[in-house]
Design a protein around this ligand. Structure first.
Ligand code: LLP
Length: 424
């Protein structure tokens, strides 16, 4: 196993542990598929980011979309984070764990009237506004509710984040943000509106970014605009550099957050603004695994066809491989040394009726019937993207802390699904 996946994972006597909990014990007690998260790893990831940005005044707003389990949100709240949300549902979640709405940033291209009203009434910290239409809507809702909406404009700096096209958001072809060239006139308009309160500028150019240069280029473009705005008498108090920091799934070098933090600190020296960050993946991806069990082994009898290990997790549990051709490390919970084992390449596939239902391809694993596996780096964009496709219930979620573990979301039953439906 690559150490990079998570410091919280280790083999002891051939058994995989998360912190001091044997993962096979969780699989036995709670079944599979199950998502399991390490509290210690989340804390370490956050501490590393805080250290990296220690040279600049900054605030970290955890991007709820990466993993919105209430126990995870509660943990981030207790560790002093604010939150970046993109829906009324996410706002409800962060309020449910007792977060102060003033520590919450509302991102997203499609905020509805109901969502805007809810956020305004809650006292949200900032709306990251993504279009002229949204700015208008926000102004009129704030005026109706007799309040002022705190805003940043999310600018689209037309910078290539050099990541998967589905998660690249900073190019002019993308639906996100206001073209940076149009931002000045929107700011001037907003400044005149008594129900809008300009607090900052924002940008998020994509996710799983492993090179610093595009991120710094985006910041450079934003700071040019900050200076132009200051010349017009519009002074910002915050500069939001988004999330997007890449991690190691396979062999890619993770984004060097220490270098990123010190470059940002250098660029901000002499400036009064606070840097806001909206990280999701880099805080939680490597803190989570998806546990699954082999249901059937289907070795191939042809040279040119793969061996399949059909497991009980599927694309409805973890869609990243099917959707982005994402690579996740797969490791056994128990390193077997029995004589019956085979040693060959396996495609790890789920029970769903689609050929795109795979979790990993061509993995050199020693598998037996009923083997338990962990799919690594699954803490971010795993459970949150799970669905009920094929009427499968979503798995449970578990939080590990030292030598204990706690169920933080129970496994869904078929009754959970049927409850919402009716027939004549
Ligand atoms: N801020 C905004 C406005 C975002 O859209 C996102 C992610 C983040 C922050 C957090 O980015 P992060 O630090 O996690 O990279 N489902 C995809 C990832 C989609 C990311 C969407 N936006 C995946 O599984 O890779």
């Amino acid at each position: 196993m690559t150490v990079a996946a998570s410091q919280a994972l280790s083999y002891r006597d051939a058994e995989l542990y998360m912190e001091d909990v044997r993962l096979a014990d969780i699989a036995t007690a709670l079944g599979t598929p199950s998502y399991v998260y390490s509290q210690a790893q989340i804390g370490e990831n956050l501490a590393a980011l805080q250290d990296a940005f220690a040279g600049v005044s900054h605030q970290i707003h955890y991007a709820v979309k990466a993993n919105s389990n209430l126990a995870v949100l509660n943990l981030f709240k207790n560790l002093g984070c604010g939150f970046d949300i993109v829906s009324a549902g996410e706002l409800t979640r962060v309020l449910a764990v007792g977060a102060d709405a003033s520590t919450v940033i509302f991102s997203g291209v499609g905020k509805s009237v109901a969502e805007i009203d809810f956020a305004l009434k809650s006292g949200i910290g900032c709306f990251n506004v993504e279009s002229a239409g949204e700015l208008d809507r926000l102004a009129s809702r704030a005026s109706l509710l007799h309040c002022r909406a705190p805003i940043s404009l999310r600018v689209n700096p037309n910078v290539d984040a050099q990541t998967h096209p589905y998660i690249s958001t900073g190019l002019k072809q993308s639906k996100f943000g206001v073209p940076i060239e149009e931002a000045l006139s929107l700011y001037t308009q907003a400044a005149k509106h008594k129900h809008l309160h300009i607090v900052g500028i924002d940008c998020h150019i994509g996710s799983q970014i492993n090179q610093i240069e595009p991120l710094l280029q985006a910041l450079t473009n934003m700071l040019d605009l900050v200076d132009c705005l200051a010349d017009q008498g519009i002074n910002l108090t915050q500069v939001d550099i988004g999330g997007g920091m890449g991690i190691t799934y396979e062999q890619e070098s993770p984004l060097d957050i220490a270098a990123y933090g010190s470059s940002v600190a250098q660029m901000m020296s002499g400036r009064s603004q606070t840097i806001m960050l909206e990280p999701g993946r880099s805080l939680i991806a490597n803190a989570g695994v998806l546990l699954t069990r082999v249901e059937y082994l289907k070795p191939s009898h042809f040279d040119d066809a793969p061996n399949f290990a059909v497991v009980d997790a599927a694309m409805n549990d973890l869609i990243r491989p099917a959707l982005y051709q994402a690579w996740h490390e797969v490791v056994p919970l128990v390193q077997s040394c029995s004589a019956t084992k085979t040693d060959q390449l396996w495609d790890i596939v789920g029970p769903i009726c689609e050929s795109g239902d795979f979790l990993a391809k061509a993995r050199n694993l020693v598998l037996e019937d009923r083997s338990l596996l962990a799919i690594a780096s699954a803490g971010a964009y795993g459970m949150v993207q799970a669905s009920n496709y094929n009427s499968r219930g979503r798995g449970c979620e578990v939080l590990v802390d030292g030598d204990s573990f706690q169920l933080v979301r129970r496994r869904e039953t078929i009754d959970d699904q049927l409850r919402l439906e009716h027939f004549a």
